[in-house]
Design a protein around this ligand. Structure first.
Ligand SMILES: Cc1ncc(COP(=O)(O)O)c(C=O)c1O
Length: 354
């Protein structure tokens, strides 16, 4: 089966599988805020027009200043990028030819970026029996590595590693001179989530990745940032193409950094909907795995069978064929609006009874 390596872009999925695109589609494969972008963006849309004509500030100074206030870290520890995806590639370049560990299952771009720059990649594959939690196997696995990619809360499992375990890993890595790259792209969606950004001043081997596209529904606009010790941030900046962050992303991103209401409203909504929809699905007999964020995994009986059944009903799940350790045995769904989540529950009930 020829499937895309990411969520989103549903028409690509239908084309590849030779399926007719239904009149109505609901895309559960993309993990962005179900409430959409914050209201201020639409309200100020006319005003943003002025920013498209000139080149953006190549140093994104106002944006960096806003990030610095939000994260309570100095500006020289921040690099903004064209989505976290661009920053992953800059990290890949920094790790050219090095030995790097990826804790999997994980976002596929880590491997893509590391491969592009000839890193020697190894994997620690977590498994379902421990709820995909981080365990002591990480310590021998990271021995001799230049860096470790860790995603918490994890995409695709939704698992958030404990602060204690992460700190043990960070400590061991600091002694060995290993970078710990913590991808916190989905942290904003989780309640009581430990960010490792405040620890960078004490442990300069921590590099934190943030995405603004998920919480603020700006996947098309593109914005992410990295928080790292000043020499690392400077090294990454030196490799970044000029004007990577467009003018609209700079001005809108700066306003997002001042927001707290959209984020907290979203967190509450997502948490309530996730609890509701996952309990409905469990009642229908699916195994639904616990998640701390805006997506979750279910078991996928007959693998491709269920995926295709849903596609024919206009429901696009995220297949898990290209996640090491999941291998297509699960499907991932984002938490969407109540109405959309009900469509999914209905379709999955139908699958169980047909
Ligand atoms: C774990 C993770 N990190 C980073 C990214 C990239 O996000 P961005 O849209 O900011 O490039 C994604 C996108 O899906 C992701 O899932």
């Amino acid at each position: 089966m020829k499937l895309p390596s990411h969520g989103s872009n549903p028409s690509h999925v239908y084309r590849n599988l030779n399926l007719q695109v239904p009149a109505a589609l609901t895309d559960f494969s993309v993990n962005i805020n179900p409430l959409g972008p914050p209201a201020f963006i639409r309200e100020n849309w006319e005003n943003y027009f002025q920013y498209i004509e000139d080149y953006p500030d190549p140093h994104a100074r106002e944006l960096i200043h806003s990030i610095s206030l939000k994260e309570q870290l100095p500006e020289e520890m921040i690099l903004a990028g064209n989505g976290a995806a661009q920053l992953i590639f800059l990290l890949g370049e920094m790790l050219r030819g090095e030995e790097v560990l990826i804790v999997e299952p994980a976002f596929s771009e880590y491997k893509e970026a590391l491969r592009a720059f000839g890193a020697a990649i190894s994997s620690l594959v977590l498994d379902e029996r421990t709820g995909w939690d981080l365990d002591d196997r990480i310590f021998p696995a990271m021995r001799g590595k230049k860096a470790v990619f860790l995603c918490s809360p994890n995409n695709p499992t939704g698992k958030m590693y404990s602060r204690d375990m992460m700190l043990q890993v960070i400590n061991a890595a600091a002694e060995a001179g290993t970078f710990i790259i913590c991808d916190e792209a989905f942290l904003d969606f989780a309640e009581h989530a430990p960010s490792f950004a405040p620890y960078i001043t004490r442990y300069p081997n921590i590099i934190v990745l943030k995405s603004v596209t998920k919480m603020y529904s700006l996947a098309g606009l593109r914005l992410g940032y990295v928080l790292a010790a000043p020499p690392i941030a400077a090294k990454l900046l030196a490799k970044q193409p000029h004007w990577s962050v467009n003018a609209l992303a700079q001005v809108i991103g700066a306003s997002c950094m001042e927001d707290s209401t959209h984020a907290s409203k979203t967190r509450n909504y997502v948490s309530e909907e996730r609890i509701r929809v996952t309990s409905e699905l469990r009642k229908t007999g699916f195994t639904v795995y616990p998640s701390s964020v805006n997506f979750y995994l279910i078991d996928a009986p007959q693998k491709e069978g269920l995926y295709r059944f849903l596609l024919k009903k206009g429901i696009v799940a995220r297949h898990t064929e290209n996640f090491n350790g999941l291998d297509g045995d699960y499907l991932r769904f984002s938490v969407k609006t109540e109405e959309e989540n009900d469509l999914l529950v209905h379709a999955l009930k139908e699958w169980k009874t047909c």
